[in-house]
Design a binder for this molecule. Structure first.
Ligand code: WQD
Length: 339
């Protein structure tokens, strides 16, 4: 099986690339490096000892995507490419709709021109909105998303369901990620956010390594056991395995299937800080500040469907997530070398 990874140099894409290459799949990567580094792909090659074609391409460009399908034989597409900063999406919503919708539409149209009909989409638990009871189950209705970023995910899920209804030969797996953290155990690839991290784990790691003075915990008065929010953190290597199994599933089934990728077990912000201090042996100074608008007190996955459909289950716990994040951060205190 040859899998095209759009956004394959990014955080989740690069880990999925390793997982596919080490399990007998071939890959082709397309990435415009707008929020990623080509060094990540060199490191994927170093970890796996395997080479693969790479296109420095913006997948909103139909000519660039057409060329990939003309030159390569692709069985399945895993579509990671897109803008992903929740806060930024509130500031510039049109840029989010333009980029995320153009990218997926271009890729899907080029797939149809080339007769490729297996598609895996990077969706998010944010599509459950704020009204559904926890744990989230896939048959619950999509909710009102708190950000344009989330709305692009919900709209694209709807588009893929419509496409599968219209084309009985098409297969789409909508992978709803919970909170991916961690890194490849080699410490060679990991999450490398541009500028000030928006997400909890990269911020904690940058504090521990000395790049930032202290963490601000957004809210200590939530109705949770310790007053801080709780999330379903999932190791990026588990997430990567979920993508490989989803691609296999898409080869054997048609129709649209939404699948949660989470552990089913929440941890609070305070628990994550404590686990990171334990794993790194470093202090993570923090202050408790006001709540961040749009944050939900807590949510986690019902992970049963992933197990039933894919035979997938998360293998790593919070200590491994912290250990591997720390190894990556320590070995790459400034992230990937800038070229
Ligand atoms: C986790 C918890 C914060 C930073 C978002 C998107 C989701 C997905 C992943 C991806 C919350 C708290 C955070 C900080 C803090 N998007 N926090 N101080 O918001 O659950 O999910 O990222 O592409 O779609 O919604 O993740 O890591 O931002 O926050 O206290 O400096 O950590 O308030 O409770 P979130 P997160």
């Amino acid at each position: 099986m040859t899998v095209l990874l759009t956004g394959g140099a990014g955080y989740i894409g690069s880990h999925t690339a390793v997982e596919l290459l080490l399990n007998g799949c071939d890959i082709v990567v397309a990435d415009d490096y707008s929020n990623s580094s080509p060094v990540a792909l060199q490191r994927v090659k170093a970890i796996t000892g395997r080479d693969f074609p790479v296109y420095a391409a913006d997948v909103t460009d139909p000519a660039a995507v057409r060329r990939i399908f003309a030159e390569q034989t692709i069985d399945c597409v895993i579509h990671f490419a897109g803008k992903k900063a929740v806060g930024e999406s509130v500031e510039v919503p049109l840029a989010y709709y333009r980029t995320n919708l153009d990218a997926v539409l271009t890729v899907l149209e080029c797939m149809r021109e080339s007769g490729v009909s297996r598609f895996i989409f990077s969706s998010s638990a944010t599509v459950y909105g704020s009204q559904n009871p926890i744990p989230y189950r896939e048959e619950m209705p999509r909710g009102q998303c708190s950000s344009p970023y989330g709305s692009t995910k919900a709209v694209i899920e709807q588009m893929l369901e419509d496409l599968c209804r219209a084309d009985s030969g098409f297969s789409a797996v909508l992978l709803r990620y919970f909170n991916p953290i961690g890194a490849h155990p080699s410490g060679l690839i990991g999450e490398d956010p541009l500028g000030i991290p928006n997400n909890l784990m990269p911020f904690i790691a940058q504090v521990a390594v000395g790049r930032r003075e202290r963490l601000t915990v957004f809210g200590g008065d939530y109705p949770t056991p310790d007053g801080t929010c709780r999330r379903d953190f999932i190791h990026v290597m588990d997430l990567a395995a979920g993508h490989r199994l989803a691609a296999q599933y898409a080869m054997e089934h048609t129709g649209a299937a939404a699948i949660n990728l989470g552990t089913g077990r929440p941890y609070s912000v305070r628990e994550v800080i404590a686990a990171f201090e334990q794993a790194s042996g470093r202090a993570v100074p923090f202050v408790v500040g006001p709540r961040r608008p749009g944050d939900l007190p807590e949510f986690w996955a019902d992970a049963g469907k992933a197990e039933r459909l894919l035979g997938w289950r998360a293998r790593y716990g919070l200590p491994e997530m912290c250990r591997d994040t720390w190894r990556w951060q320590q070995q790459n205190p400034q992230g990937y070398p800038r070229e």
